[in-house]
Design a protein around this ligand. Structure first.
Ligand code: ADP
Ligand code: ZN
Length: 748
């Protein structure tokens, strides 16, 4: 009997007056009321139904009669519609109901992010997940007895032999018997083969916790035991697992998954980037003898439907996915792991803006399950929660086996500059030559796609800019275009300057990863070079193939954007060169330093993960910057301490709360007036401050004019009711809209 969560409250009867609340996947303020026709008298909260809305039919979920939200989160009450004006529910769909925990979670996320709950529900009901289940395939069995007088040629005999064990589809049968499909058709027409339905094999085999457990070292064993204890105590808890790169964090949290499987519950693992999933699932398969279920936006529709159902009925025991996997209908969730918890990719920036790490904590609380946040460089948010006693803290201090931490050095670009027009210092190219010469692998990292971030006319100074955005066009030389990384606009690289019409005057300024590759090909003509950038690798399969080539040592030098920073394990990679360590420090982002340390440490962590020691060279014009010093010393605790001291006095996160209001409009005036109205109506409260309005750094995006306001509050103040009240007093101008971003990560 699968474990049932005690929070389950599905069995509430519908209200006595025959009225139910149905949440539609539309941007309404809340559920709508419908009547329950006698035929659906057994309908329950969570049931997925269709209802009439105007002249259309919409899909929705029967919602709970009462909200479980804390009072400060409660949306304002809606007026009750008289029963005489209500329409009946049309039909109940043949789908597993949405579990109570998930309905509660949808309500919570909507209230926290100030989004319409129907838009959050839409993430839980990804439309094609709901379509009919995939149909069983049809196959062939031999008729018994065979028709008399059947002419048995050798190919026909092979077909009959092949189906003697189990039914096979036409394609499989033709392949196994090595005959053409005409032979199969002939046998069917002769009455020697009968069609049957083939029941598909269960899509998700059960992982076996005892399949191939690791031998854990002393510190590892202790931490694993702690994590197992969290899982078996069957209660909500939050643990931050901090461990240097290569210390075995993944190995160890797999032990927590094993404990969760032993307890008969489901585990969810969130990865910041789905490109990582291929290596992850391979590793999981070796440990547990079965693949986990995958969930991400690129999943095909058949697999999406199967997975959604398998999560709902509990046959998918372990799901690994991107942030949207949080909204799957788990019924027996017993563990959530957030790997690389510091990653900003966990923040969804469009539609419902939510932070998957923070919402994972909420989901775990509702499921009375432990959550484990994993990182080599935890976010200041999580460290502050450790400091305040809200999170437990477990640490792994050494790399597994004989591997040591790489030696990190800054390379002062003022002292050892590259040759004119180049970007790699001779010190770095020398080190790469040495590593390749020893038969080891090297990696160059630059967090910038394309050839050059700016194209400038040498004659008149004109800069090539996006017509829709406040942004320069980035040259992508291989594709012969200039493109905008914000809106996707592109145009062919012009021959003449569009301003002064001079020919051959347009010059690329600064490097992107393509330009570094060009330089590397000239500098290391014999090296086998592989480029890994998010726009050159198409999806998880291509990424997996690239990783495979590196592992097989078919590559000497890897050149990549942030995709190479991720948790890859390359045993023979010993040298990492950071082309521009200063890149992330510009701009006014409050987390710029923290993020640079996290990203660069993660890239650095690719070096020397096995026997041979690793070395990391940071090309920088500011080698004395605290960020560079932290990377060299590896003393992140002190660095984060300094970060904390800078943010604490002004009540910046995590010592205060932020909500961003982004005004956008199709005309500058509408944007300006709406932003000013917001400014004039700004809340005047103790412990709350409003900054702005001011033009956004991306003052125009996709042709829309943008202004930003930032509300900052003390940590003990809930910002949602304040923002809701504020918005209720301001009407956006025609063509303008106001987007709310609670706990903003991007300030563009
Ligand atoms: P992290 O997630 O901290 O970067 P990993 O879990 O990826 O570390 O471990 C780094 C490497 O060391 C991996 O190849 C992993 O398989 C190996 N490893 C770690 N711990 C053990 C162990 N106890 N036994 C065998 N291999 C281990
Ligand atoms: Zn643009």
């Amino acid at each position: 009997m699968p474990h049932r969560n005690p929070m389950q409250t599905d069995l509430l009867p519908p209200p006595a007056d025959g009225r139910v609340r149905v949440m539609l996947t539309l941007p309404f303020a809340g559920p709508l009321d419908y009547l329950v026709p006698p035929a659906l008298a057994t309908a329950r909260p969570g049931d997925i139904v269709t209802v009439p809305l105007g002249r259309r039919t919409e899909t929705g979920v029967i919602w709970d009669a009462t909200s479980s939200l804390p009072p400060e989160f409660m949306p304002p009450p809606q007026k009750e519609v008289p029963a005489s004006r209500l329409k009946p529910v049309a039909a109940r769909l043949d789908l597993p109901p949405l579990p109570a925990q998930l309905r509660q979670f949808v309500d919570w996320v909507a209230a926290y992010t100030l989004s319409p709950p129907g838009m959050v529900l839409a993430m839980a009901l990804r439309a094609n997940a709901l379509a009919a289940p995939p149909r069983p395939a049809s196959g062939w069995v031999a008729a018994s007895p065979l028709p008399t007088g059947l002419r048995l040629t050798p190919p026909r005999q092979k077909v009959l032999d092949a189906v003697s064990a189990s039914p096979l589809s036409t394609g499989d049968l033709a392949r196994q018997a090595r005959v053409s499909t005409a032979v199969i058709r002939g046998l069917a027409q002769a009455g020697a083969l009968n069609a049957v339905e083939i029941t598909p094999p269960p899509p998700f085999a059960t992982p076996d916790p005892a399949h191939c457990p690791p031998q854990l070292g002393g510190e590892q064993a202790q931490v694993a035991a702690e994590l197992r204890a969290r899982v078996t105590e069957d209660a909500f808890s939050i643990t931050l697992l901090e461990g240097v790169t290569g210390s075995g964090k993944t190995e160890i949290y797999m032990e927590a998954i094993a404990a969760c499987l032993d307890a008969g519950r489901q585990a969810l693992v969130l990865l910041p980037e789905i490109a990582l999933s291929a290596q992850w699932t391979g590793r999981f398969g070796r440990r547990f003898g079965a693949e986990p279920a995958l969930w991400h936006s690129e999943l095909g529709s058949r697999l999406r439907r199967l997975t959604w159902r398998a999560v709902a009925d509990g046959t998918a025991r372990v799901v690994v996915g991107a942030r949207s996997a949080l909204f799957l209908p788990f019924d027996q969730l017993g563990l959530i792991i957030v790997d690389e918890e510091h990653e900003t990719a966990f923040k969804q920036e469009d539609g419902v803006t939510y932070h998957a790490r923070d919402m994972a904590v909420v989901r775990a609380r509702m499921s009375r399950a432990p959550v484990i946040l994993v990182s080599a460089t935890p976010s200041l948010e999580s460290l502050a929660n450790v400091g305040a006693g809200r999170y437990r803290h477990l640490r792994l201090t050494a790399r597994h086996g004989n591997a040591t931490m790489p030696e990190v050095q800054t390379l002062d670009m003022r002292a050892d500059p590259p040759e004119r027009g180049l970007f790699l210092s001779p010190v770095l190219t020398g080190a790469i030559n040495d590593a390749i010469g020893r038969g080891e692998q090297a990696m160059l990292f630059l967090n910038r796609r394309g050839y050059a971030p700016l194209t400038l006319c040498r004659t008149c100074g004109h800069r090539m800019q996006c017509p829709n955005c406040t942004a320069w066009l980035v040259e992508h030389r291989a594709r012969h275009i200039l493109t905008c990384h914000h809106c996707g606009y592109d145009e062919p690289i012009p021959q003449t300057c569009p301003k002064c019409a001079d020919t051959d005057s347009l010059t690329p300024i600064g490097p992107g990863v393509e330009r570094i590759t060009e330089e590397a090909r000239a500098t290391f003509p014999d090296a086998r070079i592989l480029v890994m950038a998010s726009d050159t690798l198409n999806g998880p399969a291509a990424t997996a193939a690239a990783v495979e080539r590196i592992s097989r040592r078919e590559v000497d030098l890897v050149i990549g954007t942030q995709i190479v920073a991720k948790g890859w394990h390359f045993a023979h990679l010993t040298l990492v060169g950071i082309v521009d360590a200063d890149l992330g420090l510009g701009g006014g982002d409050l987390r710029a330093s923290e993020r640079t340390v996290q990203l660069l440490h993660q890239v650095a962590g690719r070096a020397g993960r096995a026997e041979a020691p690793g070395r990391v060279l940071l090309q920088s014009y500011v080698p004395d910057h605290p960020v560079m010093q932290a990377l060299v010393s590896g003393d992140f605790a002190s660095f984060m301490q300094q970060e904390a001291e800078q943010r604490r006095p002004g009540f910046w996160p995590p010592y205060g709360r932020l909500a961003a209001l982004i005004v956008s409009a199709d005309t500058p005036d509408a944007a300006d007036m709406t932003a000013r109205a917001l400014g004039q109506n700004a809340p005047q409260l103790d412990g709350v401050q409003v900054l702005g309005p001011a033009p956004a750094p991306l003052a125009i995006l996709r042709g829309r004019h943008r202004h930003r306001l930032l509300l900052r509050a003390r940590r003990n103040i809930a910002v949602q009711p304040i923002v809701r009240e504020w918005l209720s007093r301001v009407r956006p101008e025609r063509g303008a809209r106001i987007d709310v971003d609670i706990d903003p990560v991007s300030f563009l």
